[in-house]
Design a protein around this ligand. Structure first.
Ligand SMILES: Cc1cc2nc3c(=O)[nH]c(=O)nc-3n(C[C@H](O)[C@H](O)[C@H](O)COP(=O)(O)OP(=O)(O)OC[C@H]3O[C@@H](n4cnc5c(N)ncnc54)[C@H](O)[C@@H]3O)c2cc1C
Length: 278
């Protein structure tokens, strides 16, 4: 049961959605509803002081759908569902870490309804796509009161979705030879206890971790310690031991030491999957 009272509107275009978001206190974007609606049911306080007064349902906005290949890489519309992302041939070929992160997300119902924009923007707890987007060096495209803008997936994960903005697309560059994603899921919810994503580039692997850390983070210290190789599981675990313990946030029944080790194990598995560890 949802105890909050709110209004609901289905705009016919992005401009109308932006006008509603700009002009109404407590207006929130509604996409697949797979984070927002459970949050409203539990009274989760992740929606700020204004709470939720108006749901702006963007699911009818065709301009936010579709996956296309452009000159520099992939453009993934924010309304792409997680199920579509997991199965799309362009994504499987050009951004396998994103496809794997989508496949690992929740259950079939969540993947059929949940969207790329929603999984990137969901506040409050670690989700799967941001870490894969950071490893892939992706950019989040936004539309807001000030017009169109773009921020790196890393900046977006640090700052969250800007108020009154709509994520319109995720842009994934072609750079890199291979990518992979590995996760240890919470058994009840499937959310990540820890997840690691890697993208192999000419400069070495780009490595990002979430769940074990306060938010999805690129681990440049680990990348630097591994630079030049040889890439082995032991070298990866040693590189993670070089990170400050405070980086890893103990959770329910998990210590910082455990999470730091788990992040190393998952990263080594992802590197093996991407072909960097024999
Ligand atoms: C049973 C269950 C299991 C789950 N397991 C996992 C899991 O294993 N891993 C995981 O990562 N997640 C998991 N989730 C969460 C879920 O996958 C995603 O967070 C969800 O799909 C978000 O997408 P959505 O379209 O449903 O967003 P919504 O719920 O509609 O919105 C989520 C948030 O993002 C904002 N938002 C949505 N779209 C946009 C946009 N285009 N622009 C700006 N803001 C936007 C909304 O205002 C809201 O704050 C699970 C959820 C459930 C119910």
């Amino acid at each position: 049961m949802i105890l909050t009272e709110f209004d609901y509107v289905r705009p016919v275009g992005l401009d109308e959605a932006l006008t509603l978001l700009a002009g109404t206190r407590g207006a929130r974007v509604l996409a697949g509803g797979q984070s927002l609606l459970p949050g409203l049911r539990t009274g989760e306080n992740a929606f700020g002081a204004d709470g939720v007064r108006l749901l702006v349902d963007i699911r009818g906005l065709d301009e936010l759908g579709g996956i296309a290949r452009g000159p520099g890489g992939l453009r993934i519309g924010s309304l792409t569902t997680l199920a579509e992302l997991a199965a799309d041939p362009l994504v499987l070929a050009g951004a396998p870490e994103l496809a794997a992160a989508a496949r690992a997300n929740g259950d079939p119902q969540v993947r059929n309804l949940g969207t790329v924009g929603g999984n990137l923007a969901a506040p409050g707890r670690a989700t799967d796509l941001p870490v894969a987007a950071i490893a892939a060096d992706a950019t989040v495209e936004l539309a807001g009161p000030g017009g169109r803008s773009a921020v790196s997936a890393e900046e977006f994960a640090a700052g969250g979705a800007p108020a009154r903005s709509v994520v319109t697309a995720l842009l994934v560059p072609d750079a890199g030879r291979a990518g992979a994603f590995e996760k240890t899921a919470d058994r009840a919810t499937r959310y990540p206890v820890c997840a690691a994503a890697v993208r192999i580039t000419a400069d070495g692997p780009r490595i990002a971790v979430t769940g074990a850390t306060p938010r999805a983070l690129r681990l440049r210290g680990v990348e630097d310690r591994l630079r030049g190789g040889p890439y082995t599981t032991e070298a990866v675990l040693a590189a993670f031991r070089g990170e400050p313990r405070e980086l890893f946030v103990p959770g329910r029944g998990t210590s910082a030491e455990y999470l730091g080790h788990l992040a190393g194990v998952l990263t080594a598995r992802a590197l093996a999957k991407a072909g960097a560890i024999a």
